[in-house]
Design a protein around this ligand. Structure first.
Ligand code: ZN
Ligand code: ZN
Length: 381
């Protein structure tokens, strides 16, 4: 079958790979309807993820139909489902506590040896382990909506929903796709004013379209503006959706008002960050920083999507057939490579090869999960 294969740093290709097969009674095989490229895929593409060997099929965001299943899979053949990017067994000590991200037998598709050595979903078919706990029926939801539930939308939901009460003021630091999803969730769940903080005007435009108040830290001080709007207090809930070296995290701590919660979703790239202990203590701040826990929240997310209250497909910018995946327009190139696809092209299959109908959705510019969150240094927070 055809699949997007990692060949080494800055090299991907669409190639023939062996069809996946059922390996356990709890496995299902899916015919992929839609897969997405994520910022994390870009880390692999750039060769930054140890343990992802050349030959790995990429992709962990997908929607598809069950075409084969083991006897312990409770869904009928033909069921249309979204996969959680996190694989969780549902039975280990961590899963039984609802902490699926810490599953002792878990993993992530297309992420190599350290994360379960599972082949990815940017392919005609994908094998899904522990299907009972990692697949979720989507009925006739559009694939471009449902696919968000398997990763970024549910990541955002888990960072907002447990901490939000109706009417609360919310500040979201970072208006990339996850930040925008967090704002959308806050609006849908009855937040009061929602402030979107980002140095890029194009992303603030998207935030504004959701009903958030755009706030560019290059133009004004977000702390002063939000205090002014909240009787001098600060936000009730601050969502940090940037990660990195902690600039946005520090700002998030300053934005929270008395009794406020700082919910950090961004992936840190540093071990430590200065924590303003006394200031947070005197304001009674609760800090929560965590990985997504998709199986915990995805049921609520899908219900809200089916009711039409969460619609996030506006974050996608490119729609491509699988065969064109290596030529996604903003893919960064290896150092020294001049603009064009370069080494990628050498790996393209011969013209006239089999073209599966599987389209590929790419989180691209202008609201670009890849470029905005991961590959460009963030400035302005
Ligand atoms: Zn992802
Ligand atoms: Zn488990």
């Amino acid at each position: 079958m055809r699949a997007v294969v990692y060949k080494g740093p800055f090299q991907v290709a669409v190639e023939e790979v062996p069809e996946p097969r059922l390996e356990a009674d709890t496995d299902a095989l899916l015919e992929v309807e839609l897969a997405a490229i994520c910022g994390s895929d870009l880390h692999i593409y750039q060769g930054k993820i140890a343990g992802v060997l050349p030959g790995t099929v990429l992709g962990h965001e997908f929607v598809g139909r069950i075409v084969e299943k083991g006897p312990l899979v409770p869904f009928p053949l033909g069921e249309r489902v979204v996969g959680s990017f996190q694989v969780a067994c549902g039975e280990c000590a961590a899963c039984r506590k609802g902490q699926y991200f810490a599953c002792l037998r878990g993993g992530v598709y297309g992420f190599g040896l350290a994360l379960g050595n599972l082949q990815g979903a940017q392919a005609k078919r994908v094998r899904v382990p522990f299907a009972r706990h990692t697949l979720f029926p989507i009925g006739d939801l559009p694939a471009e909506e449902a696919i968000l539930a398997g990763d970024i939308l549910t990541t955002a939901y888990g960072g907002v929903r447990p901490f939000l009460a109706p009417g609360m003021s919310v500040a979201v630091v970072g208006s990339g796709p996850v930040g925008l999803m967090a704002q959308m969730v806050a609006h849908a769940l009855g937040a009061g004013p929602v402030f979107a903080i980002d140095p890029e005007e194009s992303r603030l435009e998207k935030a504004k379209a959701l009903g958030s108040f755009p706030l560019n830290p290059k133009a004004e001080d977000p702390v002063a503006r939000i205090r002014k709007a909240t009787e001098g207090l600060g936000a009730d809930l601050v969502v940090e959706a940037v990660g990195g070296e902690g600039e946005a995290f520090k700002l998030a701590l300053r934005l929270a008002g008395p009794g406020g919660v700082v919910s950090s979703l961004g992936v840190p790239t540093v071990e430590k960050v200065d924590y303003p202990w006394l200031s947070a203590f005197s304001r009674g701040i609760t800090l929560r920083s965590a990985l997504a826990n998709v199986p915990r929240w995805i049921g609520e997310v899908l219900a809200l999507q089916k009711a039409g209250r969460l619609k996030g497909s506006f974050v996608f910018s490119h729609r491509l057939p699988l065969e064109e995946a290596p030529e996604v327009p903003p893919l960064p190139r290896a150092p020294g490579q001049q603009g064009g696809p370069g080494t990628l092209k050498q790996n393209r299959p011969p013209a006239g090869g089999f073209l599966p109908p599987t389209p590929l959705v790419y989180h691209g510019l202008p609201v670009c999960k890849v470029v905005c969150n991961k590959t460009r240094p963030r400035r302005g927070f």
